[in-house]
Design a protein around this ligand. Structure first.
Ligand code: ADP
Ligand code: MG
Length: 280
């Protein structure tokens, strides 16, 4: 063993290197100078160095967890203008940001027409979860189905399902924009079934639940999916205008303007119900 360097400062430097505390090492000389000038007490110096190190590590951890979660397009709740979306209950979203739905393994559905902030809110909740140390996986439905189909072709479906279903929060964006290709609904069902009651999910969709048969190209699988995804569910509907089009809404032709999506209801209940008799 090599002998420890003589001065306490040299020894501190060596300890910081050994402990891989690079930020504290960087800040050491300046802090020591302030200690010598009587600006800092020894305890304050310790607090400052450990605080710097801790903050740097936390930033690094969040950055790397965001990458793992595939949250590369960062959105925050602070950056969301609630006044633009009066149909949305701000307190409800802030309550979700406390993340108890993750501990309870609930499914949050964010529904609304394009541009109303569904992905923004889903990502912002994902960012909050990452900050709180929860594992997150973010992908669009199309990406998930593609990756499951690829895994199936390679004979690795079970592993892939295990990988995607593992994080504490799974965010599935854009249910309903693209039609699900043949076999896709089945693969997605296997994932949701593996996940059922094991972890939280956030789904964003521009389509009402009654349209899921059409979205997934299969009424039976859509009903089975809804059965699981509406069991422990929180449904948040946004009925407002597109934020993307806030300055140009009038330029969108009348026939392409989207009606608000139908009220969330399980299709099973709706199907076959006789029309209500007209009141006289
Ligand atoms: P959706 O997923 O509902 O189609 P997005 O969440 O992608 O819509 O929103 C479209 C764009 O508008 C994004 O850049 C998003 O950050 C922004 N945006 C949407 N709603 C708001 C809002 N209320 N406040 C601030 N930015 C918003
Ligand atoms: Mg979106």
């Amino acid at each position: 063993m090599t002998a420890l360097p003589a001065t306490p400062l040299e020894r501190v430097r060596r300890h910081l290197v050994g402990l891989k505390m690079s930020r504290a090492l960087e800040a050491l000389d300046a802090s020591v100078r302030r200690l010598e000038d009587g600006e800092l007490s020894a305890l304050e110096l310790l607090d400052e160095l450990l605080g710097e190190e801790q903050a740097t590590r936390e930033t690094r951890r969040i950055k790397s967890s965001l990458m793992t979660a595939r949250l590369t397009r960062i959105k925050t709740l602070e950056g969301f203008d609630f006044s633009f979306q009066p149909s949305l209950d701000r307190n409800r979203i802030l309550a979700l940001a406390e993340l108890r739905f993750i501990e309870r393994g609930e499914v949050v559905h964010l529904l609304g027409p394009p541009g109303t902030g569904k992905s923004h809110l889903a990502i912002a909740l994902g960012v909050e979860a990452v900050k709180a140390g929860k594992s997150v996986y973010f992908a669009t439905l199309a990406e998930i189905i593609d990756s499951l189909a690829k895994a199936e072709r390679e004979g690795k479906l079970a592993q892939r399902i295990g990988f995607i279903a593992r994080p504490a929060l799974m965010i599935i964006d854009e249910v309903g924009y693209l039609p699900v290709q043949k076999g896709g609904a089945n693969l997605f069902f296997q994932l949701i079934n593996a996940r059922y009651e094991r972890g939280a999910v956030i789904l964003t969709s521009n389509r009402g639940f009654s349209e899921w048969g059409e979205v997934f190209g299969d009424n039976v699988v859509a009903a089975a999916l809804l059965d699981r995804l509406l069991h422990h569910a929180i449904v948040v509907e946004i009925t407002g205008n597109s934020y993307r089009l806030r300055e140009h809404a009038k330029l969108v032709p009348e026939n392409l303007r989207l009606p608000p999506i139908s009220a969330p209801e399980k299709p099973k209940k709706r199907r076959g119900r006789p029309p209500r008799p007209k009141e006289n």
